[in-house]
Design a protein around this ligand. Sequence first.
Ligand SMILES: [Zn+2]
Ligand SMILES: [Zn+2]
Length: 424
Amino acid sequence: MSKLTIRVLGGTREVGRSAILLDTGKTRVLLDYGMKLIPKEHPQFPPLLDEEVDAILLSHAHLDHSGSIPRLYRKGRTPPVYGLDITRDYSEILLYDAIKVAKIKGHSLGYGPEEVRGVLNNFRPIEYGVPFRVGDLEITAYNAGHIPGSAMFYIKYDSSTLLYTGDFNTVESRLMPAADVEEIPKTDFLITESTYAFKEHPPRDKQERLLKHVVLDTIKSGGTAIVAGFAIGRLLEVAMALKAQGFRGRLYLDGMARKSTEITEGYPERVRDYSEMALVTREITFVKNWEMRKKVAKRPSVILTTSGMIEGGPVHYYLKERGEDENSSITLTGYQIEGTEGRRLLEEGRVEIDGEDKWILMRVNQLNFSAHASRSGIMKLISAVKPSGVMVVHGEDSERFANELEEKEGVSAFSPEVDEEVLI
Ligand SMILES: [Zn+2]
Ligand SMILES: [Zn+2]
């Protein structure tokens, strides 16, 4: 039987710059090719490849999976990118935004708008459950439940099979159906993310009710309720949660989440319940310009905005305007990486805005609206596909999780080092 070489280029024992190269000797395929954004430092990339690749399989649009792809589009190379239709549209806004942010911060990405256009022009839309071929590999995408368009790749080579999860979630949310864990056939070798391998998420319903309370309290006392979150998926999830919990007021949406919501509205089949989503988006007002932003910030209102870790975006403006108002509040809807302004806000009560350190006196809350599988979700996937070997990636502590899988669960597992090659 012929062998398949797996070379891990990044995104192992860390979160960020996910990139794995599959090589059959005839066919070379990349599973994601992302970048790692590090607060106040230059972003990190997986190594540039000297040899050509036949294709890139893009699990979803987030930059830690897509942000280096344009770097492959130099020297006249144009490898096709396979992903779901909506992934192309999300990637378009995220990659152009990455260029914009890099310019502001004085970072070099190794690509510009021309390379991004190359990626978009060579995008090949695929569909869940419909196999396609790249060289001697047969590939089928399954819904990963993480964000609209997120995919797990089930790959057949000779008589063996491999599953790459990308980022996944086994629990349904307001916006997304759960990952198609039950539909995936038995798999010989599993490459799984492990972001929350040591965590169980708190019950979502309780998080939603807490959010509603914060928002109602804030408005009652005449303040502005700011909710910060990721542009893709997260803020729409938050809006649907507030409405599902009976919040009746108007919701303002600002930042890149506006564009991403418009994109999501164009793909009814990529969300759990389109009509439920449409009822909510009808009640959202987009903050379209500065004039409107200034008006909205001045009166009691609920504003959903980016960035999720307070690293930039309109949330800085709102904090500048309302940060000292004790009747107002800011709610963070996810984990805050060390070194981010969001983390400083939680730990020190301060945020740097336009080069100025500012004390934030408004109420600060943190809730968990994670779109990643918890430990029990990862275990659910492992028991469903019954792999004989597991490679653990995409987690700060992926090595420890691999050891625990071996010792406690009797599953053969390991977490490779960057640039390690594995033969299966
Ligand atoms: Zn992701
Ligand atoms: Zn990721």
